[in-house]
Design a protein around this ligand. Structure first.
Ligand code: NAD
Length: 339
C-alpha cells in the first residue's frame, strides 16, 4: 500500500508494527460487484479512479476504511485483519499513538480534526468506518465525550464520504458498543436519553454517582437504532450496525481488572466458551459487517460476548413486541413517518 498522502490532519505512516504495505487487492469478501458500464464510461471511471487513488494513496479498486482507536486492543486487531484482506486503513487515535489521523475524540475540535483528516486522506470517498475508540473512566464528561460524541460526531461528519462511496457500490459503518448495555443492572436510562437529546450536562445530573460507561454505550446503541434505517444511512445506501463485545483481553480490561469493584465482578462473569475473548476473535465480525454479504443487516446490535448475555438474560430475549394490533395498524397505514 502506498503511503497516505500528507494532509494537515493526516500523517503518513502508522507505527503499529502491523503490515500496512500490502500490495494485494481486496479479498472477495470485501470486494463489491462492479456495476455494468459502457466501454467509454468504464475507461473514464478507471482514469478517475486511478487519479483519485494517486491522490489519496489507495491502489485502484482498493477499499478504504477508517478505524478509530486503531492503535490498541480491538481497534488494532480490526486494523490488522482488514489490512491482511487488502483494505487500506486510515487509523484515528490520540496524538502520539502513531495513527494516520491524530485527534482527541473527547473534544469537539478533536472530532472536527478527525473528520477533516479522514476526509482529506480518503479523497472524500470512504467505503467503511469503524467507530471503535472508547474508554471506561470514572470521569463522566470524558467518558460521554469519547464513547458517545466521539463516535456520533465521527459518523455524522464522515456520512457524506460514505454516501459518496455508497453511490458506487456500497458503504458500511460499524460501531463498537458493549454487552454492558444488556447485562448491567440499573443503567441510568434518563441519562442516556439526555445524551441523545444533546444535553450532556443534564445527562451528568441524571447519572448522579452512577457508572457513565454503560450510559454512554446505551445512548450510542439507541442512536444506531434510530439512525440506521433512516434517509441518511440505509436511504443513502450505507448500512449501520453495532457490535456488543463482552470482556476482551485488551489494555482496557487489564485496567478494569485492577479496579477493586469492577475486577471481582468481571472475573466472576460466566464463561461458556471457557475464556474471555482476544481482540483477534472479534475482528472478523467487523470485516463481515463491512462487506456486501451483510448488506441486509441494518440497525442491529450483534452481541459477541461468548454467551454471557444468553446465560443471564435467557428467555428475557427475544421479547415479543408490546404493541396492540390497533397501534400496529395505525403505524403501518396512518403514519407515513413510521415507515
Ligand atoms: N476490552 C473490553 O473488555 C471491552 C468490552 C466491551 C466493549 N469494549 C469496547 O471496545 C472498544 C475498544 O476498546 P479496547 O478494549 O480495545 O481498549 P483499548 O484501551 O485497548 O483501546 C481503546 C483505543 O481508543 C483510543 N482512545 C481512547 N480515548 C481516545 C480519545 N479521546 N480520542 C481518540 N482515541 C481515543 C485509545 O488510544 C486506544 O487506541 C471500546 O469502545 C470499548 O468500550 C471493550
Amino acid at each position: 500500500m502506498p503511503p497516505t498522502k500528507k494532509t494537515t490532519a493526516a500523517k503518513t505512516a502508522p507505527k503499529t508494527g502491523s503490515k500496512t504495505g500490502s500490495k494485494s487487492g481486496p479479498k472477495a469478501a470485501l470486494a463489491l460487484p462492479a456495476p455494468k458500464k459502457s466501454k467509454a464510461a468504464a475507461h473514464k471511471a478507471e482514469s478517475a479512479d486511478s487519479a483519485a487513488a494517486a491522490e489519496t494513496g489507495a491502489a485502484p479498486g482498493q477499499r478504504t476504511v477508517a478505524v478509530s482507536g486503531s492503535q490498541s486492543g480491538l481497534g488494532l486487531a480490526i486494523r490488522r485483519h482488514l489490512e491482511a484482506a487488502g483494505v487500506r486503513v486510515i487509523g484515528i487515535d490520540l496524538p502520539g499513538k502513531g495513527a494516520e489521523v491524530e485527534a482527541d475524540l473527547s473534544k469537539p475540535e478533536g472530532r472536527k480534526r478527525a473528520v477533516q483528516g479522514v476526509s482529506e486522506a480518503c479523497g472524500g470517498t470512504l467505503q467503511g468506518l469503524v467507530a471503535n475508540a472508547g474508554i471506561d473512566a470514572k470521569d463522566s464528561a470524558l467518558t460521554f465525550g469519547v464513547n458517545y460524541d466521539g463516535a456520533v460526531d465521527l459518523l455524522k461528519g464522515l456520512q457524506p464520504a460514505l454516501a459518496r462511496a455508497a453511490k458506487h457500490g456500497g458503504a458500511a459503518a460499524v460501531v463498537t458498543v458493549s454487552h454492558a448495555i444488556l447485562i448491567s443492572p440499573g443503567v441510568k436510562v434518563r441519562a442516556a436519553d439526555a445524551l441523545l437529546d444533546g444535553k450532556p450536562g443534564r445527562a451528568r445530573l441524571w447519572l448522579g454517582g452512577g457508572n457513565p460507561y454503560p450510559v454512554s454505550k446505551l445512548a450510542l446503541a439507541r442512536w444506531i437504532r434510530r439512525e440506521a434505517p433512516g434517509a441518511d444511512w440505509a436511504g443513502a445506501g450505507i448500512v449501520l450496525n453495532g457490535v456488543c463485545p463482552g470482556a476482551i483481553e485488551t489494555p482496557m480490561l487489564e485496567k478494569d481488572l485492577k479496579d477493586k469493584v469492577k475486577g471481582p465482578i468481571i472475573r466472576a462473569m460466566p464463561k461458556p466458551l471457557g475464556r474471555n475473548s482476544k481482540p483477534e476473535d472479534l475482528a472478523g465480525i467487523y470485516e463481515f459487517l463491512l462487506s456486501p454479504q451483510a448488506r441486509y443487516i441494518v440497525g442491529q446490535l450483534i452481541t459477541a460476548d461468548g454467551g454471557v448475555e444468553a446465560t443471564w438474560r435467557g428467555d428475557d430475549w427475544p421479547r415479543a413486541w408490546d404493541i396492540s394490533t390497533a397501534r400496529f395498524l395505525i403505524n403501518l397505514f396512518g403514519n407515513k413517518k413510521s415507515r
